[in-house]
Ligand binder design. Structure first.
Ligand code: ADP
Ligand code: ZN
Ligand code: MG
Length: 532
């Protein structure tokens, strides 16, 4: 059972919460909570922790969103009746020959370019041999010494918040294996089943240099990488369905040492938060060993969500264990300059560039610009609304607070939101002009989400009653002026900003229904009269 790549480790031994995907189970949450108090578990003082420098390198597997598989015409689709998306090629039947999927190559090149890699014009597929029940061919088609792309980088921020480039060693193409199913059958206690639908799904593996120095940097690297992959559209990066999977390599060394320590490779981690937690656990485990005078063994370790710890899985395999050799059934892959140029013409604006553009074009702060670009659709939605609205900042504020909050509460995505672009523009303009208060906005949005209706329809129906009768507003202003002589005196003394106080008081008195524009004018007029 040696020689598994990270691709399928977690179906094999992961706890149910990991295998069944979706939401965090209670036990998984408990795992995170445990991790948050991990230092206590290892009883390491901050002084001891500070003596060591963690070193981290990540290997990320990403499934490509092609219609068909990497080397055959079978549908590349998550799920499906087990063993229905299969054919002689992906089942590895004798005599069946692979044919490379052109779209998979184009996605690999696009992803590689988006992380600044250099493309190798002629790359070579290789067989990575290992025995495992979900790998019917007995080898995985991968790339070894001549991968399609190398030498990229992803920018994260270091502990001081400065940009720090993390080297990407290589991006290579390979195919996925099938899945072993260990639960959910009446005889699961004694038997495992195999689903080969995933066999031959196109993947890219993206390997980082050991440049990361903390779990936070690793978390950010993954966040940035995922953003870039989503922007390029090469993958849906859905970790729950396994379209993005990460193995985390981690070692520690005394600060100032000139050689890295022995690393552990942590598998079976299916969310970025858990990766951060697993790395923190590993760092402290390894420091604990060194502090006791022991040696860290190079090995693969399995993360257990429920227990918030890692377990030794097997000693680390080496390249020679896989008996790599060039794939005899596929010619070298040549991606020449012209093809590269064509592929690059599909490159969208990437998150980094968009962030700075949103900040300068719409006057957003760095934080809002960053949040809006994390998700390409969110960014698109914002941009199209911001262009039509009176205040782009108001659009950003409503989108990032009120709407995001409600989407999260309803557990729906932006594309399932009841609020249309026009709805958002209307809401932002109404708040901006003072026609509705922020409290009224909240009430209207609540109605939108509970009834699944767009903002404009709800607003037309529930339009907050407005008092636009000059006489009625003046009566209220008189009341407020009479009740607040001290503030009137301030206004008389020249402090004109105190008008805002009166506007607020009358608004409250009118239960938020006074026409704001009218109220504004009338308050200033009345105060001037009182002062004059
Ligand atoms: P292996 O030979 O074990 O496959 P590689 O050199 O191919 O190791 O690196 C695999 C991953 O481990 C890379 O992401 C790399 O950056 C990372 N890595 C290598 N050495 C270390 C180390 N000492 N500590 C942490 N990560 C490391
Ligand atoms: Zn097939
Ligand atoms: Mg390696």
């Amino acid at each position: 059972m040696r020689g598994r790549n990270g691709a399928s480790a977690w179906e094999e031994a992961g706890p149910p919460s990991a295998r069944n995907g979706n939401r965090l189970s209670a036990s998984a949450r408990a795992g995170i909570d445990k991790i948050n108090h991990m230092s206590a578990a290892f009883a390491l003082s901050p002084e001891v922790l500070a003596k060591y420098q963690p070193v981290i390198g990540l290997e990320v597997h990403v499934q490509l969103l092609t219609r068909s598989k990497a080397f055959c015409g079978c549908r590349n689709e998550y799920g499906g009746e087990p063993n229905t998306h299969v054919c002689p090629v992906c089942l590895g039947l004798p005599g069946a020959l692979p044919v490379l999927n052109r779209q998979a190559v184009e996605f690999a090149v696009l992803a590689a370019k988006a992380i600044g890699c250099r493309i190798r014009e002629t790359s070579v597929f290789a067989r990575k041999n290992y025995f495992y029940p979900d790998l019917p061919k007995g080898y995985q088609i991968s790339q070894f010494d001549k991968p399609i792309a190398e030498h990229g980088e992803i920018i994260v921020s270091d502990a001081e918040g400065n940009p720090k480039p993390i080297g990407v060693t290589r991006l290579h193409m390979e195919e996925d294996a099938g899945k072993s199913l260990h639960d959910g059958f009446p005889d699961s206690a004694s038997r495992s089943y195999i689903d080969l639908n995933r066999c031959g799904t196109p993947l890219v593996e993206i390997v980082s240099e050991p440049d990361l120095r903390s779990p936070d940097e690793a978390f950010e690297y993954l966040t940035r990488l995922k953003e870039i992959l989503l922007y390029t559209g090469v993958s849906d990066c859905n970790m729950e369905e396994g379209s993005l999977r990460c193995d985390a390599n981690v070692s520690v060394m005394l600060k100032g040492a000139d050689r890295f320590g022995a690393k552990a490779e942590v598998k079976n981690v299916n969310s970025f938060r858990y990766i951060r937690a697993a790395l923190q656990y590993e760092i402290e485990r390894q420091i604990g060993i060194l502090e006791e005078g022991g040696r860290v063994v190079q090995e693969s370790r399995l993360w257990n969500n429920a227990e918030g710890r890692t377990y030794s899985m097997r000693s680390k395999e080496h390249a020679h264990d896989y008996r790599y050799f060039p794939e005899p059934d596929l010619p070298p892959l040549v991606v020449g300059a012209e093809w590269q140029r064509q592929i690059l013409s599909a490159m969208p604006e990437l998150p980094e560039a968009r962030r700075s553009r949103l900040a300068s074009e719409f006057g957003l702060n760095a934080q809002d610009a960053a949040t809006l670009t994390t998700d390409r659709e969110l960014g698109n939605f914002f941009e199209s609304a911001a262009k039509a609205a009176k205040s782009p900042k108001r659009v950003a504020a409503i989108l990032l607070s009120e709407i995001t909050m409600r989407l999260r509460a309803a557990e729906i995505r932006l594309d399932q939101s009841p609020i249309s672009r026009e709805g958002l523009v209307t809401a932002a303009d109404l708040v901006e002009s003072g026609a509705i208060s922020s409290k009224q906005l909240k009430q209207l949005l609540d109605a939108c989400f509970s009834e699944g209706c767009d903002f404009i329809a709800i607003y037309e129906r529930d339009k907050p009653q407005q008092i636009s009768d000059t006489g009625a507003i003046e009566t209220m202003i008189d009341q407020v002026i009479a009740a607040n002589p001290a503030q009137v005196a301030q206004f008389k003394a020249g402090k004109r900003t105190v008008a805002a106080f009166f506007i607020g008081q009358v608004m409250r008195l009118s239960k938020g229904q006074a026409n704001p524009a009218l109220l504004n004018d009338l308050v200033v007029k009345k105060l001037d009269e009182a002062a004059g």
